[in-house]
Design a protein around this ligand. Structure first.
Ligand code: ATP
Ligand code: MG
Length: 424
């Protein structure tokens, strides 16, 4: 029978690479905790309308990329393409936002029906951070300081920060009109999709991937001239904070991001080491979204990191530590010793709760078992042969230190010896 395969663009993470993920997630978790962020866990499926109303009807994500279906009740649902919409929905629903400051984070799979390629998958994983109730720009800068510290903690190099401001909805509106005028005057050079979006959402043309439209977009006016005093002050304030922190960035006035909800600050962390999919982290301020989704007006800022891209970068830069083998592989030649071996293993685990021990189950010759012990990368083999069983002893053999030899100890002293050797 033909074996069933995984869905295109949706990948398994195998044990041989999962340690890189765990390393990344571990560092992230520790740093999120250190900055006072609390984890929130959100459903992977929401009403389609939530995404249409937040991300925007006329965006790539909502128009082309969502996994949308009707469930058995006839509700229109979508697998989440990102986490901000669901987080805001949950915040409103549970009364977490009004007159409160929240620093929240979440992680999990996101789903977008994109063309699969390196760094672009149909199920991918993000860690997202959202802060509610703070106007900034201090918290905007703190969030960027967090990311800069994260790259350092992970040992990642060659990431650059691009920054822009999208101003207020009013300045966006003025800019919109100017953009429509600019593109209208060049409409013959635009692709059909750009023409269709021109009057609905002209900002989308700025990050068009169509070469003709992209060429015209490169010369388009920027929003800078339409910025009002508040927007300018916010942006200048953010720059001053970043300068004081020594966080380098470039101001890219063409950075608009592919979602509709952003205001003021937008940013991306980019590397040139992952080919075309070089943005590993992106985000911005979305002061209007909570109100737009039915809550009371609440300033907010957030970001999302693409974990697959960070894992690729960690691997490419050899920045992730090698996986560690167990402390002990318990070798049990002879069928009679199996029960004693299991009892001994559990006794060791009682005394040393952090001990990493693999018990040889299923028998086998001593030679075969020693080979297995070596393959696991264990630091020590503890051998429980018939002689040792009879004498109440065990043989301890160092596997990673060729000069160390082996010694025989009483089973009663084994835990203390291993604790001294392993410092666990
Ligand atoms: P891109 O321009 O690469 O399409 P985006 O603007 O659509 O990115 P966001 O919605 O801002 O991406 O998502 C934040 C991050 O999530 C991205 O910077 C990227 O690291 C990651 N990401 C987005 N889409 C995918 C995908 N299809 N596969 C893997 N990672 C992704
Ligand atoms: Mg995209």
């Amino acid at each position: 029978m033909k074996a069933i395969q995984s869905i295109r663009g949706m990948h398994d993470t195998l044990p041989e690479t999962v340690h890189v993920w765990q390393h990344l997630e571990g560092r992230l978790r520790a740093l999120l905790d250190a900055y006072g962020y609390q984890e929130i866990r959100l459903p992977a499926v929401e009403f389609t309308e939530l995404f249409a109303r937040s991300i925007g009807d006329v965006t790539d994500i909502v128009e082309k990329e969502m996994y949308t279906f009707e469930d058995r009740n006839g509700d229109r649902l979508s697998l989440r393409p990102e986490g901000t919409a669901g987080c805001v929905r949950a915040g409103i629903e549970h009364g977490l936002l009004h007159n409160q400051v929240q620093r929240l984070w979440y992680q999990g799979p996101m789903f977008r029906h994109e063309r699969p390629q390196k760094g672009r998958y149909r199920q991918f994983h993000q860690v997202g951070m959202e802060v509610f109730g703070l106007q900034g720009p201090d918290v905007d800068a703190e969030m960027l300081a967090f990311t800069a510290r994260l790259w350092k903690a992970l040992g990642l190099r060659n990431l650059r920060l691009e920054l822009n401001t999208l101003g207020t909805p009013a300045s966006r509106l003025r800019y919109r009109e100017r953009l429509i005028g600019y593109f209208e005057a060049r409409r013959d050079g635009l692709d059909p999709e750009a023409l269709r979006r021109l009057h609905e959402n002209p900002l989308r043309l700025l990050d068009s991937k169509h070469p003709d439209t992209a060429a015209i977009a490169r010369e388009a006016p920027t929003l800078l001239d339409d910025l009002d005093a508040d927007s300018r002050a916010h942006f200048e304030g953010l720059r001053a904070h970043l300068d004081a922190l020594g966080i380098a960035y470039t101001h890219n006035p063409r950075l608009v991001r592919g979602l509709d909800y952003y205001t003021h600050t937008v940013f991306e962390w980019i590397t040139d080491e992952l080919g075309a999919q070089g943005t590993v982290c992106a985000g911005g301020r979305y002061d209007g979204l909570v109100e737009q989704l039915g809550g009371r007006a609440t300033p907010a800022i957030g970001l999302a990191m693409g974990l697959e891209r960070l894992v690729s970068l960690l691997t490419g830069q050899s920045a992730a530590p090698a996986p560690e083998g167990p402390d002990i592989y318990l070798v049990v030649p002879g069928d009679d010793a199996r029960i004693q071996a299991l009892v001994l293993a559990e006794r060791l685990r009682d005394t040393l709760p952090r001990l990493r021990l693999v018990l040889n189950c299923g028998g086998g010759s001593i030679k075969a078992q020693m080979k297995k012990a070596d393959r696991t990368g264990a630091r020590y083999a503890v051998i429980l042969g018939p002689d040792e069983i009879a004498a109440g002893t065990a043989v301890v053999k160092a596997l990673r230190d060729p000069g160390a030899g082996q010694l025989t100890v009483s089973q009663d002293d084994l835990a203390a010896l291993m604790q001294a050797r392993l410092d666990r």
